[in-house]
Design a protein around this ligand. Structure first.
Ligand code: GRF
Length: 216
């Protein structure tokens, strides 16, 4: 049974642009009971993203929103926000989503957008972090899940895990070793974050506060 029918679980929205192996890891963690959440919507900015197949196979709603159909980054982000809010999404997971988010998006889900990055941030932010690690002569790199803020790959860190860099590694070999860790780390970080439901579910929290006020 798909856990997307779990009414009490936290509702996630996942944004992808490509392969979607982290999306698949989150889907699997929910199905295994390692993560108490439900994916309400997967948005891709590319119709050809292979990761969409993982969502469809799990019976999760998908939406293709091409940035080319919007006049500005802000208009595009506003449309994504509307779709996510319509589905009751509480936490947004960036999983290989290859677009910068404007304040329109970041401010709509304050402290409730997560990203995964294949380095030990603050080391090697931005593009090609595995190659950056090799160029730097690093003997250790890793993966980081962090909260997204206005700055690229710079928000508060939720969880990190080290991965060794071996002599002679290619960027692809290092990326594959880090990716295995990413697939465990993202569901673990989500569990950690969702446990702190007070700060992550402001709509429900404020609803219960207003109820209490109305009752008193
Ligand atoms: C991962 O390495 C992730 O850390 C980075 O983009 C890649 C996405 O891979 N942000 P996938 O699409 O989840 O397979």
């Amino acid at each position: 049974m798909s856990d997307s029918t779990n009414q009490s679980a936290s509702r996630l929205g996942v944004l992808i642009s490509g392969r979607g192996s982290n999306l698949k890891a989150i889907i699997d963690a929910i199905a295994d009971g390692r993560l108490d959440a439900a994916i309400a919507l997967v948005i891709s900015n590319k119709a050809s993203a292979p990761g969409l197949a993982h969502a469809r196979a799990a019976g999760i709603e998908t939406l293709i929103l091409s940035h080319r159909d919007f006049e500005s980054r802000e208009e595009y982000d506003r449309a994504m926000v509307q779709h996510l809010i319509q589905r009751g999404v509480e936490v947004v997971c960036l999983a290989g989503f290859m677009r910068l988010l404007s304040p329109v998006f970041v401010d709509a889900f304050p402290g409730r957008i997560l990203n995964i990055h294949p380095s030990l941030l603050p080391k090697y932010p931005g593009l090609d972090p595995q190659q950056q690690a090799l160029d730097d002569g690093a003997t250790v790199s890793g993966a980081t899940v962090h909260i997204v803020n206005a700055e690229l790959d710079a928000g508060p860190i939720v969880l990190q895990r080290e991965v060794p860099v071996f002599p002679g590694d290619s960027a692809a070999e290092l990326a594959a070793r880090i990716l295995e860790v990413e697939h465990l780390l993202y569901p673990e970080a989500l569990t950690t974050i969702l446990r702190d439901s007070g700060s992550l579910r402001p709509s429900r929290a404020s609803a219960s506060v207003s109820r209490r006020r109305a009752d008193s």
